[in-house]
Structure formats: C-alpha cells, structure tokens
Design a protein around this ligand. Sequence first.
Ligand code: PMP
Length: 287
Amino acid sequence: MSRIAYVNGQYLPHGQAVVHVEDRGFQFADGVYEVWSVFDGRLADFDGHLTRLWRSLDELRIDHPMTRQALEMVLKETVRRNRIVEGLVYIQVTRGTARRDHPFPAEGTPPSVVITAKSLPLSKGNALAAKGVAVITQPDIRWGRCDIKTVGLLPNVLAKQAAKERGAAEAWMVDDMGLVTEGSSTNAWIVDEEGKLRTRDAQSNILRGITRAAVMALIAEEGLELEERAFSVDEAKRAREAFYTSATGFVMPAVSIDGVKIGNGKPGPIATRLRALYLEAAERDAI
Ligand code: PMP
C-alpha cells in the first residue's frame, strides 16, 4: 500500500506530496511540529500534544490552521488511510508560502499543514527496551553556530519582525553580556566615540558576511582604522556613526538605535563614503 500524506487540504500519495519552494518552513524553519504515537490505530496523549501544538503556534503568532475538532479528524483520517496500527503521526505547520523575506508575510496568508504517518511496531521498541541502550554526551549548541549560513532562521525572522513592528529596518541582536552580535540579516558596525571603525570579531556567534569582508578591504585601502572588537549597546548609542552591511543592503547607515539618535541623526560621512566605494567596486568587479 502506498503511503498517504495530508498536504494543505488534500490526501496525496507520498510521491505527489509536496510543498511550495517558497514555503517558510523550507526557507526559514518558520514552523512548528508535533508527534503522536499510535496504539491500535488510536492517538496517545491526544490533548497534551494538541495543546502544545496550539501553544507553539500561539508563541510564534502563526494562525491555527483549523479547529481542534477538524484537526483531530484529519489526524485520525491520515492514520486510517495509512492503516497504521502501531506507529506515529506527525504534523508540521508553517507560516505558509510567501515571497522570501524575513518579516512575517501579509496577514491572512494561510499556514501550511503537512501530516504524515508511519508504522513502528511496538515489539521493536520493546525488544530494545529489554536490552537497554547507550547514550553519549554532546555540547548543547542549540544554536550556537551562527557562522554557518543555515536556513534555521526562525530567531532572525522574529527579530526582523520585531524591528518592522517598531518602524525599524533592522534589529541588532545582543548577547547576554550586552554586546551586539550582528543584525538579523546583516553585520553591525559603528564608528565609535574615538572615531574608530568597530565590528564584532567573527567567532561562531556571527555570520562572516561577504560584504563585511569586502568593506574591511576598502577600509584598509582608505587607510582608516578598524578594530574587530565587540561593542555594547551603550557604545553603539554613543557612537558617531552606525551602519550595517549585507549583500542586499550593501552599506546602510543607521540613524537611530532603540529610538536614540546616532550622531546628528543623519547618515555619517564614513558610512556614506564606504557605501559609495562598495557600490563602485561591486559594480566594477561583478562578473
Ligand atoms: N548576518 C546574517 C545573520 C545574515 O543573514 C547576513 C546576510 N544573509 C549577513 C550577516 C550579511 O552577510 P553578507 O554580507 O554575506 O550578505
């Protein structure tokens, strides 16, 4: 019997069960999931898992895709169509399909729903449990590898959405020491009180921006002083200039941070010059 998946209102054979390339689950990991075990074709801990699913959706402000009753029916129907006696049923709900952009899509964009089910005989687990299993230890790095350009961008999405809701273009993320790491999709820079260019040193906690590296080369060519050293939010608010870099924004002067005016509240001369230099070099060297 071929396996059947529920995808956005349809029960489809696995070979045809697909979501759009612009689905936010695929693009940003902007979604949640839940799993129920199935005993004798019935779902275990039904309320517990459903309540957690609802909570996960609410925390991320993703619309409920359907009512509790409707979802219960669809989950059971997926189990039934796959003739699962012992096994599990999996649901994933994402923020839907929209042109790729970090902030939430337009209100009313329907969430995507995918439900799959698979058999997992209880006897297998029981055999394992009779012998016991081995475990190992691993550092908990969830998710401390911001140097990897992964699609696991949910925290970045939430930061960008917060910026949008406060009338800002970008959110600078701050570590537990009060130091700026980077923007939600950009690298953060200041010209500090002494007039020195500063951007955070690239460890595992920031993405090594390609634009960041190109701007560093321009800074060296210009004979300007640069320190790759973290700066605090307070230092940023007292800075002469602030700006951010990325492949889509190039060099973007920031004129306020959390409502505090930076310098005279206008794009600074260094950021403005670096933007012009970057655009000139990028256009010239583009292949
Ligand atoms: N930091 C993050 C988290 C980003 O997503 C990006 C851009 N994708 C950047 C920095 C800037 O990198 P780049 O200059 O290579 O675009």
